[in-house]
Design a binder for this molecule. Structure first.
Ligand SMILES: [Zn+2]
Length: 191
């Protein structure tokens, strides 16, 4: 973590972790990739290290992020996918030159183009979003139950009953709010 910047919320799913770089969309929103350098940091965490990142590329990343957010939200509530968001996701998917590489240990890594462009990394994220929205992976898209968040997240739990995008943040906040409400209704229970 770099001092002075909001920390990252790191989920297991690439595409929805990426949309989570803007959190509390319906409250006091927090931009977690406020600078090109922070986007580069975030990409490196997900195995998509780039050589450099410009302000224009940060704008591109945010354009893709909002398109994934719109399409994933529609998919989560089984609404029609917004055509413009689908177009953006497809454009980004096509634009990159990333290749899947199998390591000797049997792990999948991404190799970006020769000059490790941000566009290549974004194409990997777009493809990840496509696989989730298309329902190819084991799990389902849902919306976070926190009214100020409502982030689309990928529920891979066995029961498919996850309510929050992140237990440590939204889930905890909800629990605390419930606890405080109970305290107000029932102040003696604090003794
Ligand atoms: Zn949430």
């Amino acid at each position: 973590m770099r001092a002075g910047f909001p920390d990252f919320r790191l989920g297991k799913v690439l595409a929805t972790s990426f949309t989570g770089t803007l959190s509390e969309r319906y409250g006091d929103s927090v931009e977690r990739i406020p600078t090109p350098g922070r986007l580069a940091d975030w990409l490196a965490v997900y195995g998509l290290a780039v050589d450099s990142c410009t302000t224009a590329q940060l704008d591109l990343a945010r354009e893709l992020r909002e398109a994934i957010h719109a399409a994933a939200t529609a998919a989560a509530i089984q609404d029609v996918l917004p055509a413009s968001a689908v177009q953006v996701i497809n454009d980004f998917s096509v634009r990159g030159r990333a290749a899947a590489i199998l390591t000797p240990e049997g792990e999948r890594r991404w190799r970006l183009g020769a000059d490790s462009r941000v566009e290549d990394a974004l194409s990997v994220i777009a493809a990840d979003a496509i696989s989730i929205i298309a329902g190819e992976r084991d799990g389902k898209l849902a919306l976070c139950a926190s009214p100020t968040c409502q982030a689309a997240f990928f529920d891979a739990s066995q029961s498919r009953t996850r309510r929050w995008c992140d237990m440590n943040t939204c889930g905890n906040r909800q629990k605390k709010a419930r606890f405080n409400a109970n305290q107000r209704k029932n102040p003696r229970s604090a003794d």
